[in-house]
Design a protein around this ligand. Structure first.
Ligand code: AMP
Length: 393
């Protein structure tokens, strides 16, 4: 159990809240405010309790330097629009300007500190920096699930110096994901897609022996197919991962965990959607052709598996979903999940984004996880320090 925000004494107190406002920006505007919206339940709870809310987040990868385009001003602006109340944006995270502004805050007011990754001490989890952050507040709330696999000063270090708790978003994520890690209902299926096997091989390997079967699509399938000796034409292959792919297949064989690779693929001759297209066997793709989506037979096989499953975890789109019709596999498998009623977690950034706008986001059996790497590491059974530190003893 995590210590919950509801148990924390927050009324009229200064509360430092770590949020994940790592949102896409274009021309100084937030282009997708999902992450801001997801933090609203925690912020509204704190506003009801008239807390003095001090928000802290990272944005992008400034690598410990001030990068003007990565300042959080557009984020503050969009948050003001959502909350319909002022959000005071400060230009640093620590120092006299910040201390002065916070000392003048009234209950129910909101301050947003600057991009915390402008400080090299953040990613180094520097103890003095964490202590300085802790001095700004009376207590600490972590609601940044998307960053929960990074033990940094603002996600981990600071929790050692203040009474701390999980925010409502973090708490919900951990409750949902724990349903898949603790005694999941079987059959337990994991669907893996996306472009980079490097990002997914960790969770794949971690889950061998824990799940009953993997369904693999997307670009990642071709490295595994090639590792088995298949001809994959010019499809996406990560040559450096072939050895790891072989080891992963071997481990799955030892543990009798099924790995189901595509039977057929929807391929294109050139790397443009306007090029010649055909459905070809996944293990015999002609030279010069690239598999861009799972084929109809594979969709059918995946759907049949999904219909029988009780627990499903899915990370990574099954094709180049940004370019219809190569979103067909991803959409049809998602619809089968919604119909199946199985408890499903869809995570890993792009997959959730690919399906979030569709009706599926209303399917009651599907939890769209806000994390990418954090979701995968949690599901793979790894300990995430920023979450561990919030566990009630
Ligand atoms: P990831 O960030 O690893 O989850 O990868 C997501 C990306 O994988 C999306 O942009 C998809 O277009 C891409 N993708 C999925 N399937 C394929 C494929 N068969 N070939 C190339 N890219 C793919």
């Amino acid at each position: 159990m995590l210590r919950s925000l509801r148990e924390l004494e927050v009324t009229k107190r200064r509360v430092l809240v770590r949020v994940d406002y790592n949102v896409p920006l274009q021309n100084g505007q937030v282009t997708d405010d999902t992450r801001l919206r997801e933090s609203l339940p925690t912020l509204e709870y704190l506003l009801q309790h008239r807390a003095k809310i001090i928000l802290i987040s990272h944005l992008g990868r400034p690598n410990g330097k001030v990068v003007p385009e990565l300042r959080l001003d557009p984020v503050a602006q969009q948050l003001e629009n959502l909350l319909r109340r002022p959000v005071t944006k400060l230009d640093s995270c620590i120092g006299p300007e910040v201390s002065r502004a916070i000392s003048q805050m009234k209950p129910g007011e909101i301050v947003l500190l600057e991009n915390v990754r402008f400080y090299p001490q953040e990613e180094a989890n520097d103890e003095n920096f964490a202590r300085e952050l802790a001095q700004l507040a009376d207590c600490y709330v972590n609601d940044a699930f998307g960053t929960a696999h990074r033990a940094h000063a603002s996600t981990y270090g600071v929790a050692r110096f203040l009474p701390s708790a999980a925010g409502l978003l973090l708490e919900r994520e951990v409750t949902m994901l724990s349903k898949a890690t603790k005694d999941p209902k079987r059959p337990f299926l994991t669907i893996v897609g996306g472009a980079k096997l490097k990002d997914k091989i960790g969770v794949l390997t971690d889950l061998i022996g824990k799940v009953d079967a993997f369904l693999i699509g997307g670009g990642v399938a071709f490295t595994l197919l090639k590792a088995q000796g298949a001809r994959v034409g010019s499809s996406l292959v990560d040559e450096k991962m072939l050895d790891e792919a072989r080891q992963c297949l071997e481990k799955a064989r030892e543990h009798k965990t099924e790995i189901i690779l595509p039977h057929d693929v929807h391929a294109v001759r050139e790397s443009t959607a306007g090029g010649e297209q055909a459905v070809v066997p996944a293990a015999a793709i002609p030279d010069g052709w690239q598999g861009w989506d799972i084929g109809p037979k594979t969709i059918q096989i995946f759907q049949e598996r999904v219909e029988r499953a009780e627990t499903i975890v899915w990370a990574g789109p099954l094709g180049k979903f940004e370019q219809p019709p190569f979103d067909t596999g991803t959409r049809e498998v998602a619809q089968a999940i919604a119909r199946s009623g199985a408890f499903a977690i869809i995570g890993g950034g792009d997959t959730a984004a690919a399906l979030h706008q569709s009706d599926l986001s209303r399917a009651k059996n599907i939890h769209f996880s806000t994390g990418g790497g954090a979701t995968l590491e949690f599901l793979g059974g790894r300990k995430l320090l920023p979450i561990e530190i919030l566990r009630a003893d």
